[in-house]
Design a protein around this ligand. Structure first.
Ligand SMILES: *Cc1c(COP(=O)(O)O)cnc(C)c1O
Length: 401
């Protein structure tokens, strides 16, 4: 950490996350005395003369060269995210999936083996299961929460363990203390997708995780208007990823970085509100006669409640629940909602609801879905920042239908 803070001369922005989310990572004096972060909308950068080129190439003087290799607005987003996550370095990407795939490809090579937990993000699993095989990388998918099976799956050539916490849609919580012990014992890296928890609710770096992945599309951007991703960790590992990123080209646009930085300013405020509202809604649903089951990590009824309380400071904005009835009941519930929008994604200011059976798993047979626990009456509510009473009224309307 000391090394990165020496290197990072930009404003560190105070002690609290709220202050840092507004100020960290950027110089106090900006272009044209602008208060807000300038959007450097350019694909390339110029050199004043031959000396400037040589200062850059031979003496390592900081200079931007070409948009795919870096951009000042993106750099500020990277510094701010690294600061918030408590990481040495960060690379931002055009999407969360770009961050995940580039990161994985940069740490494995042909002949390696990886371990991933089974309720990881659908496209991450698909990438590991189907595409890594093409490069001669073997993948073992282990059941989430069974640490014995996970440890047994580790082989001599295992490079890393990949998991998420909390997961989608059941909000299972991965025990970071346990996994750190296992990883150290077998000398493997730990990669954790922390999208559902954000640096406000969970701090994987402090638990010794090697690399943290974020889909900034969700809470960090927070306004359902951008796609962005990030990987965070130690300087050495991140440098390797940054180099591959320059070839893979999942470059984020400067304007998108501006929107991410703008979103980040209110991220702790928003997520605090989402934590509170989701818990209130979880309790409301749990006591409702038409509800079969509620999943929320900060409800005592959740199977990982104790782990969640130990390693998280808030349960996040997603509440998953099953209503009583069948597929038709589920459709009637969905069609009666007037405030919650029906749509995928989470973490933004607008409340969104998804019916995984009809959307994410539409191409699975009913039997395949049920094997994964995706029942006909399962819903995932991604709570926004509307008034919680209005949201409860809307859910009540749906449940009456
Ligand atoms: C959305 C999401 C992703 C993918 O991120 P994109 O920004 O959509 O590419 C990865 N992991 C989790 C947990 C997500 O929720």
């Amino acid at each position: 950490m000391a090394k990165s803070s020496r290197k990072n001369k930009a404003n560190r922005g105070g002690k609290s996350l709220s202050t840092r989310s507004i100020h960290a990572g950027e110089p106090r004096r900006k272009y044209a005395d602008s208060l807000t972060t300038p959007i450097i909308q350019t694909s390339t950068f110029t050199f004043k003369n031959s000396k400037a080129i040589e200062d850059y190439t031979k003496k390592g003087k900081e200079h931007f060269e070409y948009g795919r290799y870096g951009n000042p607005t993106a750099k500020i987003a990277e510094r701010r995210l690294a600061n918030l996550e408590g990481a040495e370095e960060c690379v931002v990407f055009s999407s969360g999936m770009s961050a995940i795939t580039t990161t994985i490809l940069s740490v494995v090579q042909s002949g390696d083996h990886i371990v991933i937990t089974d309720d990881s993000y659908k496209k991450t699993l698909e990438f590991c299961r189907s595409y890594l095989k093409q490069f001669g990388i073997e993948c073992t998918i282990v059941p989430f929460g069974d640490y014995e099976v996970l440890e047994k799956a580790i082989k001599k050539n295992t490079r890393f363990i990949f998991s998420e916490s909390p997961t989608n849609p059941y909000l299972n919580v991965f025990d970071l203390v346990k996994i750190k012990k296992i990883a150290d014992k077998h000398n493997v890296l730990t990669l954790i997708d922390s999208t559902f928890s954000t640096p406000l609710n969970q701090r994987p770096i402090e638990f010794g995780m090697d690399l943290v992945l974020q889909s900034a599309t969700k809470y960090l951007g927070g306004h359902n208007d951008i796609l962005a991703g990030a990987v965070l960790g130690r300087a050495g590992l991140i440098e390797t990823i940054r180099n591959l990123h320059k070839s893979m080209g999942g470059t984020i646009d400067p304007h998108c970085c501006y929107l991410l930085l703008r979103g980040l300013k209110t991220f702790p405020l928003r997520v605090k509100k989402q934590n509170e509202s989701a818990l209130t809604i979880g309790r409301f649903l749990e006591s409702h006669p038409r509800i079969k089951r509620v999943y929320y990590p900060f409800l005592e009824s959740h199977r990982h409640y104790r782990i969640a309380k130990r390693q998280m400071t808030g349960g996040g904005g997603v509440v998953t629940f099953e209503i009583k009835g069948n597929l038709n009941t589920a459709k009637r519930f969905l069609d009666a909602l007037k405030l919650c929008y029906i749509g995928p994604s989470l973490g933004g200011v607008e409340t969104l609801i998804t019916h995984p059976a009809l959307v994410t798993y539409y191409d699975y047979t009913r039997k395949e879905r049920y094997a994964l626990g995706i029942t006909d009456t399962l819903f995932r509510l991604a709570v926004g920042i509307e008034d919680v009473e209005d949201l409860i009224e809307d859910l009540e309307r749906g449940l009456k239908a």
